[in-house]
Design a protein around this ligand. Structure first.
Ligand SMILES: *Cc1c(COP(=O)(O)O)cnc(C)c1O
Length: 377
């Protein structure tokens, strides 16, 4: 008999000792400001469902109607027989929403990053990443075969130095999140745009945590800062503020045509279920409606009550086990907040990642602050 289980048990034991062992948490019922875990109802500050759309009746109706019409599975990739009408409608909506020529939907935000980065860069190119860029950006960069340089988080001086030193590459692509997923702070996007223009590099932004939330029209941080039309490649997800699942890229028609031909995570993967596309298209319509703007205002009220810069508020604990312990105490006090540990964040930078949603009341947020203050006094 093989020794697989013995070896893997030893690996798992190492994770346990380091406080890095991961387990799923079973949630009974839909996402919302309150969730049922075990027999208890807890206040939920863990979700990326920032606008409370994951359980929104309008979206659910769009999804069930689409299931009735299109069935549950797409049947194949979009190149084979999966290119159903809900995709085209969603992509039209996304391009229009983001004010770009064209859009392309992927199975997930992860797949969108990996597929896009590997399609755009190869052996002769260099990718320039913020130190805190998401794992899907890092994985795409590694798979691409391009050279990779990483600048310290939000460090423009170092970014410029890398741009000065990298003039011999065929393509230079800077990739940054606009709202950082585990820190909730913002990229210095206007300054990055200036640098990429000065050095004739390209810029790709990941607006996973800004789409639907930032800017007058809720398109993202690039809209808020007035730099949208200077950015070559914009990625977003349907899985966070839009409450559904999937990822997308918007940009020029040429960019989208190229991605359609080259992005392996699109070509070799079954298309998203049509119901998800229908729900996501409804989410985009909702976000751009008056009701969506109101929903967004409620979210920002909660962000202000929390004292944060974005819906993501990290409480840095440091030690991995201490972070788990604090999350456990909050859990016992009726509040669900996940502890985030290495490798999602650097070693020794474990934290609670507190997120608020438009579905919370201000009283919910105050309740969290009160409990947290009592536990850490
Ligand atoms: C969540 C996230 C993704 C991946 O999106 P999924 O739809 O969850 O696969 C990509 N980039 C960033 C910055 C994210 O936070």
């Amino acid at each position: 008999m093989s020794n697989l289980n013995d070896q893997l048990s030893a690996d798992l034991e190492q994770l346990r000792v380091a406080g890095l062992y991961r387990q799923f948490r079973d949630i009974a019922g839909a996402q919302g400001p309150r969730v049922n875990i075990g027999r208890r109802e807890l206040l939920n500050f863990s979700s990326n469902d920032y606008l409370g759309l994951a359980n929104e009746p309008l979206l659910k109706r769009a999804a069930t109607d689409a299931i009735t019409r299109w069935g549950v599975g797409a049947g194949a990739s979009r190149f084979v027989c999966g290119n159903l009408e809900p995709y085209l409608l969603l992509e039209e909506k996304l391009a229009c929403f983001k004010n770009k020529e064209a859009a392309l939907v992927f199975g997930s935000g992860y797949a969108a990053n990996v597929g896009t980065i590997t399609a755009l860069a190869g052996d002769d190119d260099i990718l320039i990443l913020d130190k805190l860029d998401h794992a899907s950006i890092i994985d795409g960069a590694r798979q691409s075969g391009a050279a990779i340089r990483v600048y310290p988080h939000r460090n423009l001086r170092k970014l410029e130095e890398i741009l000065q030193q990298s003039q011999s590459y065929r393509r230079r692509l800077i990739i940054t999140e606009t709202v950082f997923s585990m820190d909730g702070n913002l990229a210095p996007l206007a300054e990055i745009v200036e640098l990429k223009e000065k050095y004739a590099a390209w810029l790709m932004i990941d607006e996973a945590h800004a789409t639907g939330l930032f800017g007058k029209y809720q398109r993202g941080l690039a809209e808020q800062l007035g730099v949208e039309n200077k950015i070559e490649i914009t990625l977003g997800t349907l899985s966070k503020a839009l409450g559904c699942a999937g990822g997308f890229v918007v940009g020029s028609q040429t960019l989208i045509d190229l991605l359609r031909n080259r992005a392996r995570s699109l070509i070799y993967s079954t298309a998203l279920p049509p119901s998800v596309c229908a729900a996501a298209a409804t989410a985009v319509s909702f976000v751009t409606s008056e009701a969506g703007a109101e929903r967004c205002e409620r979210l920002w009220d909660n962000v202000r009550t929390l004292g944060a810069q974005s819906p993501i508020h990290p409480v840095i604990v440091g030690d991995e086990r201490a972070a788990m312990e604090l999350a456990g105490k909050l859990f016992d006090a009726g509040i669900f907040v996940p502890a985030i540990r290495y490798p999602t964040v650097p070693k020794g930078k474990a934290r609670l990642r507190v997120t608020v949603s438009a579905a919370h009341t201000v009283a919910d947020v105050q309740q969290f602050l009160k409990v947290y203050a009592t536990l850490t006094r």
